[in-house]
Design a protein around this ligand. Structure first.
Ligand SMILES: NC(=O)C1=CN([C@@H]2O[C@H](COP(=O)(O)OP(=O)(O)OC[C@H]3O[C@@H](n4cnc5c(N)ncnc54)[C@H](O)[C@@H]3O)[C@@H](O)[C@H]2O)[C@@H](O)CC1
Ligand SMILES: Nc1ncnc2c1ncn2[C@@H]1O[C@H](COP(=O)(O)OP(=O)(O)O)[C@@H](O)[C@H]1O
Ligand SMILES: [K+]
Length: 524
């Protein structure tokens, strides 16, 4: 579809193409303007969109169990959509009650409001008369919201959030900023959000997720040409199973040998943090990497050997505090012997000289945890500028702020933050979170599906190992770095989802997570 400099095959189905696209409010406005300029009547599109929404509501909330539906109507076309939904559900036999706390409506919305009233559907300015409804539809604001909700709408939204009935938001939960996902003072806490036409970027920002509920895309057949005309080459994309699987699993030639399948060096662990090294090793194991070497302080070598019999465990001299003091690789081996190096989990900041050494190597380097903390101490940007080879940084928001104190705050706009960090540093930056975002200097990928089961000590270590193993293999197969990092993030979160399905969200400790990684590949 798009003219991406990417190894991904041209995606085939419309569904797959559409589900990768992510837009800002302005881009959506421009795309809609093209459709209307092409001759599509606005009212016809509203009918079509609302018909699709009504159909999904009937599937999810059958009249037998949900006889009465409350519809919240705003002044713009989001409200117009809601009124058409109200009318269609009325004709399907539901009891409909409308709340519209606005006196001035856009023309098409006003016209639909008039018709709804003429059908005898009650329309109130207050929310209280809707208290007995079994489900609500939130059509207050869509991507046209420009400022925080003022009285009385803010109070109506707060009241609605106190009630326990399910809420379906049309396009976005009203009160959420379309681009940053910020809650503008107050917002509807939806059970479902039906995003219309194309994914709005705000729905993929962590700060919106408590409000979005289950998100699904309602495809109303936006012509691909109109999307292409506005986005040209898309800078921001959603990771889909197809995009991830285009690079995974990494195919092997029948006549390959272990050194052709990538040799990863992990540098991790300390006497204080042994488990992190083991988890990183187990993550790397699942990647299928041909050779795995793990450098750890001498004193914890037996522990690693017991857990990872296939790995070459390199015991290194250690500081008094039990951190690696210096890398002591086996004879005839130096850092050029490896296809990739992953460094950081459990190191402690006492291992600073090690980081200096790996920064000077010409191998692709993945830094996580204390690797990032030491990099921040060394000065992120100037240190990375001296590097000859690619670097992948995998911070969570706290580490990100230490690394990039002068960029966009990741708590206000994660996607803008990760883009800025990649642009400044030249590194591939993977910002961890509920919706992990991965950027290089040109593109951003967002992982749209995960589970809070992963919010648990050690799950990031598993990702570092997995990522390291994949990058070591990708290097030998010439797969671009950004794609493989995005695929690793997808794989990791899918393992969490599978594990949580089997064992509940409480049952996914980091070791268990490593045991589910292979199941993801088997089931895709
Ligand atoms: N009618 C159609 O053909 C289509 C409609 N769609 C729907 O239309 C929506 C976008 O419509 P609009 O552009 O009318 O936007 P909204 O329905 O979000 O409403 C914006 C209107 O409210 C005003 N406003 C913004 N913030 C406000 C605030 N805090 N307090 C009070 N007023 C405020 C604006 O000045 C504008 O008039 C989409 O989200 C979607 O629901 C499209 O998705 C699909 C096509
Ligand atoms: N609420 C959440 N939903 C989904 N994934 C999450 C959530 N919280 C954390 N994660 C994921 O869990 C991992 C945590 O990594 P990290 O913060 O480095 O922890 P640790 O260093 O203890 O391993 C990351 O991959 C992150 O994306
Ligand atoms: K809405």
């Amino acid at each position: 579809m798009f003219n991406l400099e990417s190894p991904l095959p041209n995606t085939t189905t419309r569904h797959e193409q559409i589900s990768r696209v992510v837009v800002t409010a302005q881009q959506m406005r421009d795309i809609e303007a093209r459709i209307f300029a092409g001759g599509m009547p606005v009212a016809a599109l509203m009918e079509k969109v609302a018909g699709l929404i009504a159909r999904r509501i009937i599937e999810l909330y059958p009249r037998s169990h949900f006889p009465c539906i409350g519809i919240l109507v705003g002044p713009g076309h989001n409200g117009g959509d809601a009124l058409v939904v109200a009318r269609e559900l009325h004709f399907q036999g539901y009891d409909i009650v409308v709340c519209c706390p606005f006196s001035k409506l856009k023309d098409l919305t006003a016209q639909n409001a008039q018709y709804v009233k003429s059908l005898g559907i009650p329309v109130y300015e207050a929310l209280e008369p809707l208290a007995k409804c079994a489900v609500f539809v939130d059509g207050l604001f869509g991507f046209g919201l420009e400022r925080s909700l003022a009285s009385p709408v803010d109070r109506i939204v707060d009241q609605l959030n106190e009630w326990s009935q399910p809420v379906v938001s049309i396009d976005l939960p009203s009160g959420i900023h379309t681009d940053t996902g910020e809650v503008l003072e107050t917002a509807v806490q939806a059970t479902q959000t039906f995003c219309l036409g194309l994914w709005k970027i705000g729905l993929l920002q962590d700060q919106a997720l408590d409000y979005v509920g289950q998100a699904e895309l309602i495809d109303f057949d936006i012509p691909i040409a109109d999307i292409q005309a506005v986005l040209e080459s898309p800078k921001i994309q959603r990771i889909t199973p197809q995009s991830a699987i285009a690079t995974l699993p990494l195919k092997r030639s029948p006549v390959t040998h272990k050194y052709k399948q990538g040799h990863l060096l992990l540098i991790c662990g300390s006497r204080r943090y042994t488990g992190g090294a083991i988890l990183t090793g187990l993550g790397a194991r699942a990647s299928g990497v041909g050779m795995l070497s793990i450098a750890v302080p001498e004193s914890i070598k037996p522990l690693l050997s017991a857990q990872l019999p296939e790995a070459l465990i390199v015991g290194c001299p250690e500081t008094a505090s039990g951190a690696i003091a210096q890398l002591q690789l086996p004879e005839k081996t130096d850092l050029r012997s490896f296809d990739a190096i992953a460094c950081g989990p459990g190191l402690t900041v006492d291992a600073k000289p090690i980081l200096q050494e790996v920064m000077n190597s010409d191998r692709p380097l993945i830094l996580d945890a204390d690797g990032l903390n030491i990099l921040a101490q060394m000065g992120t940007i100037p240190t990375l500028q001296r590097r000859q080879a690619p670097t992948v940084l995998t911070p969570h928001a706290g580490e990100f702020k230490r690394l990039f104190p002068d960029t966009v705050d990741p708590t206000s706009d994660r996607i803008a933050a990760v883009r800025a960090a990649a642009a400044q540093s030249g590194a591939v930056v993977l910002l961890k979170g509920a919706r992990t975002a991965i950027a290089d200097i040109d593109y951003v990928w967002i992982n749209p599906e995960s589970t809070p089961a992963l919010a648990r000590g050690g799950s990031g270590d598993v990702l570092t190992g997995l990522l390291g193993g994949l990058i070591a293999q990708a290097t030998t197969k010439h797969i671009p770095l950004l794609e493989i990092v995005a695929s690793a993030a997808w794989w990791h979160s899918q393992a969490g989802i599978l594990a949580a399905r089997d064992r509940t969200e409480m049952g996914v400790d980091a070791f268990t997570l490593t045991q589910y990684l292979i199941s993801v590949m088997r089931s895709n």
